[in-house]
Design a protein around this ligand. Structure first.
Ligand code: FPP
Length: 236
């Protein structure tokens, strides 16, 4: 099915790990562990299909409010191990890794893994894999506004110079085209503070499938449905 009508940029809210685990009488972390397998399969499928950009919402600003055990497992254990185990294969697959979010809030162990991954894959020309960590759309817009306010205060930018393009340049995904398709798993139909600016014209795809069960077949279904969408961007 590989086709030019595929989305260039797919963004995913990977939701439902906790419910997947609960239904099986397992601890929540078991859902995250299996969810990581789904992420691996979706990344491989995105490479296979020649998707240009894949953005995964791995940890939100709001997720800091979860139990310290869960936050620790996700950020100090699962993700650290994931980079140790997967980085070489991602690099072999020509994937370029980028990270967005308030990364200074992350621990030094994970921070170091992100730095290594970013530097190792910086010249890769295949899939751009953006992982959003300690990220929220409101955080992103706020940090952009603070930078712009500084420029204005130093008279390096005038109020009249502030256009949509200028604002976009200060957002985390500056120079990355906006997502064409947003996928959210687990039946929830909301954006939950994800890429609020960049999703303005994205096609939305919601599925009841929980993230740990979202694999190649489910991803291809979403890509197929995207091809049927008529994107008018406000024009008739
Ligand atoms: C949402 O499910 C999932 C998360 C907060 C963590 C997502 C992270 C992974 C799947 C690891 C993948 C990471 C990378 C780097 C690709 P939930 O816990 O909110 O589920 P619930 O709504 O059922 O409780």
């Amino acid at each position: 099915m590989i086709s030019s009508q595929l989305p260039h940029h797919v963004a995913i809210i990977m939701d439902g790990n906790g419910r997947w685990a609960k239904r099986r009488g397992l601890p929540r972390v078991a859902g995250h562990k299996t969810g990581l397998e789904s992420a691996r399969v979706i990344i491989e499928t995105a490479v296979e299909y020649g998707i240009d950009i894949l953005t995964l919402f791995a940890f939100s600003t709001e997720n800091w409010q979860r139990s310290s055990e869960e936050v620790h497992y996700l950020l100090e254990n699962l993700l650290v191990l994931a980079f140790e185990n997967e980085l070489e294969q991602l690099h072999k697959n020509n994937v370029q890794l980028l990270f967005v979010g308030d990364l200074d809030r992350l621990g030094s162990k994970l921070g170091e893994k992100l730095r290594i991954a970013r530097e190792l894959t910086a010249s890769n020309s295949g899939l751009k894999l953006i992982i959003a960590l300690s990220y929220s759309g409101k955080w992103d817009i706020t940090q952009a506004m603070a930078k712009i306010a500084n420029k204005v205060a130093r008279a390096e930018l005038g109020a009249r110079d502030i256009t949509e393009q200028v604002i976009a340049e200060y957002l985390s995904c500056a120079s990355i085209p906006d997502p064409d398709l947003l996928i959210r798993t687990s039946g929830e139909q909301r954006l939950s503070n994800f890429m609020l600016w960049q999703l303005a014209y994205a096609e939305l795809y919601f599925t009841d499938v929980l993230w740990p069960d979202f694999r190649r077949k489910e991803f291809i279904s979403a890509l197929e449905l995207y091809k049927t969408r008529d994107r008018r961007f406000g024009k008739c």
